[in-house]
Design a protein around this ligand. Structure first.
Ligand code: 11C
Length: 345
């Protein structure tokens, strides 16, 4: 069986990877409809060697669509995802619009695929920095339980979109050439102030909340509890943007519930885990690097150490391509899970 698929936000950084991922994983596509804002409509993109014209996304665009992958920002999802569902499509939404809605499953297939059974038309794809962390921690949680997670992220600019990537390169060139810079986008395009990203580290991703955490940090906290179905899990996050084009890195500290875990056992658990590649050989300087993760599907884990004071505490370094496992790939994997569970027909 093949399916009529729509991609909303087809010209964006994630949309482009959605097209490539459908091709690469040979998703059973009957027709592919590429949708965007009015501004990007008319662009030509290729899918399996065929040129497709991007069309403006409207409610009527979804007539006959069975699967709609959304990645065009929260306001577009809020306006058009219900329209797609009304016309019979299942929506996999890559924005934060519906993630914490109790009627919307928030899915990382390796962790909570079964929660798809409860969907009511919209399924949310988690935030990129959440996905790679929970995918890596799930094997440990299953075997030893998780009590606490403290994470600091080192996130790539592609998470903020193609304009942010351009800003980073342009600023880098201007600084190298001794020119003045004029930041317009990062850290958050809609916020009041903008800061230099080139040769810098910016401790703000998304807007600040009343509690002093940023929305990106709160997404990591709330989404992790929802995906792992554990409100008692203690999670704290600090999210930082670096001048890296693609590949989010995370320094993660966990405390497990059960006794008996050690570094060797943790390496064994992770080396056997689906979608995870262990890269942990300090003697030979082997550890995950953002630069090496680009274009790869797996989540990479290394630098595993037992805490020196807390026997149930462990540190690690988790890296993944934020546009793939963090976004497009996870969305397409959700679609494959829907087929496997007989939910996409
Ligand atoms: C970033 N994680 O790196 C963000 C991008 O909630 O889906 C994804 C935002 C989201 O800027």
């Amino acid at each position: 069986q093949t399916f009529n698929v729509a991609i909303v936000g087809a010209t964006g950084a994630v949309g482009e990877q959605m097209i490539r991922t459908l091709e690469k994983l040979d998703f059973p596509v009957d027709t592919l409809l590429l949708l965007s804002s009015k501004r990007s409509a008319g662009k030509q993109l290729t899918f399996k060697g065929e040129q497709l014209t991007v069309q403006e996304a409207k409610p009527e665009s979804f007539e006959g669509v069975q699967l709609a992958l959304f990645s065009a920002g929260g306001s577009v999802s809020k306006a058009l995802a219900p329209e797609a569902v009304k016309r019979g499509a299942i929506v996999v939404d890559n924005t934060s619009a519906f993630r914490m809605d109790e009627n919307v499953p928030l899915i990382v297939p390796e962790v909570n695929e079964q929660a798809l059974e409860r969907h009511k038309g919209i399924i949310s794809n988690p935030n990129c920095s959440t996905i790679q962390m929970v995918a890596a921690l799930e094997p440990v949680r299953k075997a030893f339980g998780l009590k606490r997670i403290v994470v600091s992220t080192y996130q790539a600019v592609s998470g903020a979109g193609v304009d942010a990537i351009d800003e980073m390169y342009e600023q880098s060139r201007q600084i190298m050439d001794g020119e003045s810079i004029d930041p317009q986008i990062l850290p958050v395009s809609g916020d009041k102030k903008h800061y230099q990203i080139a040769f810098n580290a910016v401790p703000q991703i998304d807007v600040f909340q009343e509690n002093g955490f940023t929305f990106e940090e709160m997404k990591m906290i709330n989404e992790t509890k929802k995906i792992m179905e554990d409100e008692s899990l203690q999670v704290a996050a600090t999210c930082v943007r670096l001048p890296v084009e693609t590949g989010h890195s995370e320094s993660v500290y966990i405390e497990v519930q059960e006794e008996g875990l050690n570094v060797e056992e943790m390496r064994k658990l992770l080396s056997e885990a689906e979608g995870v590649t262990l890269q942990d050989d300090p003697q030979n300087q082997v550890y995950p690097l953002a630069s090496e993760s680009k274009g790869k599907d797996d989540v990479f884990v290394g630098r595993i150490r037992q805490d020196l004071d807390q026997p149930k505490g462990f540190h690690m370094w988790i890296v993944a391509d934020n546009l793939l496992k963090g976004a497009a790939l996870n969305s397409v994997q959700i679609a494959f899970s829907l087929i496997k569970l007989g939910l996409l027909k």
